[in-house]
Ligand binder design. Sequence first.
Ligand SMILES: Cc1cc2nc3c(=O)[nH]c(=O)nc-3n(C[C@H](O)[C@H](O)[C@H](O)COP(=O)(O)O)c2cc1C
Length: 232
Amino acid sequence: MSRDPANTILTVDRVMRGRFANRFFLDRSVELETVRQIIEVARHAGTGANVQPWHVHLVAGQVKASLIEALGHAHETEAHAHTPEYKYLPDDLPEPYASRRREFGAVFYGSLGIAPDDNAARARNTARNYRFFDAPVGLIFTIDRRLEKGSWLDLGMFIQNIMLAAGARGLDTCAQEFFSRYHAVIRRELSLSAEAMVVCGMSMGFGDPQWADRRPHMPKADVDDIASFHGF
Ligand SMILES: Cc1cc2nc3c(=O)[nH]c(=O)nc-3n(C[C@H](O)[C@H](O)[C@H](O)COP(=O)(O)O)c2cc1C
């Protein structure tokens, strides 16, 4: 590890605390070399038995534009015909998660100035998902459907590593389960194999500093609400 541990702690903590789901990006491209570096370092995430069960498709330029066009068509004209291949949350969300989700909605839509009952504005905002929130780089994460839950745990670590590696390089991100419902479109556009299941996507780019100033600060549960310390 580092010869300057105090500095390393500060830096790592700053990157972790500084990450947030940014949905507003500058019209500024990201070099392929930077994106490659992010994946190069993120691939060091630990995995059970080192099976490294992840795959990420990175799209930019014309390929991203074509994907967005296909997704836009699906979302705007036949959204009801698309459903995810897995359930992200149960229909009947138990406590304390239901309260946290409600709080998320209030903080999130409040930050956008969208009233709780303004369904049209909410829908317009949701539709920004398929455009990767206008970020220059889009990511689609897939996992081999023959694997089990444990591999999904591994995939999450890879995804988090990407967000942190991006953050360290001044790039913002937003993970997006939104894409899971449009797996058929993504499969066609990116020629995914039959085994590949679309888990989620991500937007990546230089965040709009104006948005960063008024971004929603999502409340995080206290340490004692999420951790039980035994035997200290
Ligand atoms: C796996 C995952 C999927 C997500 N999917 C979406 C999504 O589809 N659309 C979206 O706008 N935000 C999405 N988010 C962002 C969350 O809403 C956000 O992380 C959460 O509200 C906490 O806020 P923070 O990331 O700013 O701390 C997702 C986040 C994660 C980790």
